[in-house]
Design a protein around this ligand. Structure first.
Ligand SMILES: Cc1cc2nc3c(=O)[nH]c(=O)nc-3n(C[C@H](O)[C@H](O)[C@H](O)COP(=O)(O)OP(=O)(O)OC[C@H]3O[C@@H](n4cnc5c(N)ncnc54)[C@H](O)[C@@H]3O)c2cc1C
Length: 331
């Protein structure tokens, strides 16, 4: 009955959304294998009700280690708890988020445990017959989907892109067994955290926005990109961009949507002058509604559009801005 584990992430005692996304993935795998699903929380403290939320989203077991040293992530302090925990309990699968934390922690654990790791998975499944974890992710520039497995080593480890899967159903009647873990003393941590400063561009997070308006090469030049910014502002949303637009310096990298940028799941995604290359589409698979403005009625992006406006963006955006402006005045 080797368990499936997810590594939760916290900030100031609250669980980050990605912790629940991992549970959605982990729950499906644990159900298939008919084994318990556990979530591991390493935090300086956890706010009241947070552990119950993990249970509500599918955790059967919650391992919690609380210690002031976890206020900031360092790989050694986390590994000092996780390595003995993994060795004692022998989970068959460990999932973490493909965030800075997950991408730093899991390779370290994989090396120490002598097992494999697939980074940045967009899909996970259980192989029929063997029960091996199928770790699926884009490869070769996003042109193929590769399925990777590690049949000879346990635990099988993978990181999953934030926002690449919807949350599971919340059931507040679900209960989990909470197991408190004493963090072992760490004589020396080679990393000393001197302070934490938020990244300058963090206030414009397209990952958290309900509406994202993205522009691509169809905008033709930097000055025209202001049309995207104006439309995003008029709709109360954030600005996104294709890689082409970012490479040309029309938007900065934190705004890039796609395989080598951000995966987002806004309520509304508006793609303007973007052709819909496979690498761009990889970032918007979980967007709820997609509106496209493009003058090519055979553009790839039309395949996934809920609404498509075929025409010249330079004629269409000013009309949309005018209408939105008129509507604001009458409200
Ligand atoms: C390893 C790798 C990773 C990558 N990662 C990403 C990624 O994360 N994100 C990403 O976006 N790309 C990524 N790419 C690049 C991707 O393959 C495409 O090159 C890129 O997405 C194209 O950007 P675009 O749609 O803006 O430009 P184009 O493909 O040139 O499309 C421009 C579109 O604008 C339309 N258009 C032109 N003029 C007008 C007009 N006046 N009115 C309306 N429509 C107009 C055109 O019809 C066309 O559809 C990656 C590529 C590789 C190899």
């Amino acid at each position: 009955m080797a368990e499936v584990w997810t590594i939760a992430e916290t900030h100031n005692g609250s669980l980050k959304e990605v912790s629940f996304e991992l549970l959605a993935r982990g729950r499906a795998l644990a159900d298939e294998l008919e084994v318990p699903l556990a979530s591991v929380v390493l935090a300086s403290h956890t706010r009241e009700g947070e552990l119950e939320r993990l249970a509500a989203y599918g955790a059967d077991i919650i391992y919690v280690a609380e210690d002031e040293r976890f206020a900031s992530f360092t790989v050694h302090s986390h590994a000092a708890v996780l390595l003995p925990l993994v060795r004692d309990h022998g989970p068959q699968i460990i999932l973490a988020a493909a965030t800075t934390t997950g991408r730093t922690l899991l390779p370290y654990l994989a090396v120490k445990l002598g097992c494999g790791l697939t980074a940045d998975c967009t899909s996970l499944a259980i192989e029929e017959g063997t029960g091996n974890l199928l770790q699926i992710r884009p490869a070769i520039g996003g042109n193929i989907m590769a399925t990777i497995k590690s049949p000879d080593h346990r635990p099988q480890m993978a990181t999953s892109r934030p926002r690449s899967t919807p949350l599971g159903n919340m059931d507040t009647t679900r209960r989990a067994t909470v197991i408190r873990v004493d963090p072992p003393s760490l004589s020396t941590d080679p990393v000393e955290v001197l302070g934490v400063r938020p990244f300058r561009d963090q206030q414009t997070s397209i990952e958290d926005a309900r509406t994202v308006v993205s522009g691509g090469k169809g905008l033709k030049k930097r000055e025209n990109f202001t049309l995207i910014e104006q439309l995003a502002t008029a709709l109360g949303g954030e600005v996104g961009a294709s890689r082409d637009a970012v490479d040309r310096g029309w938007a900065t990298y934190p705004h890039q949507v796609g395989l080598s940028g951000k995966t987002i799941s806004p309520e509304l995604y508006i793609a303007i002058g973007i052709s819909g290359a496979i690498q761009h589409l990889a970032g918007i698979k979980t967007a709820k509604r997609i509106v496209v403005i493009n003058n090519d009625d055979e553009a790839n992006i039309l395949d996934i559009a809920d609404v498509a406006i075929i025409g010249d963006l330079f004629a269409i955006i000013p009309v949309l801005l005018r209408r939105l402006n008129e509507r604001r005045k009458t409200q």
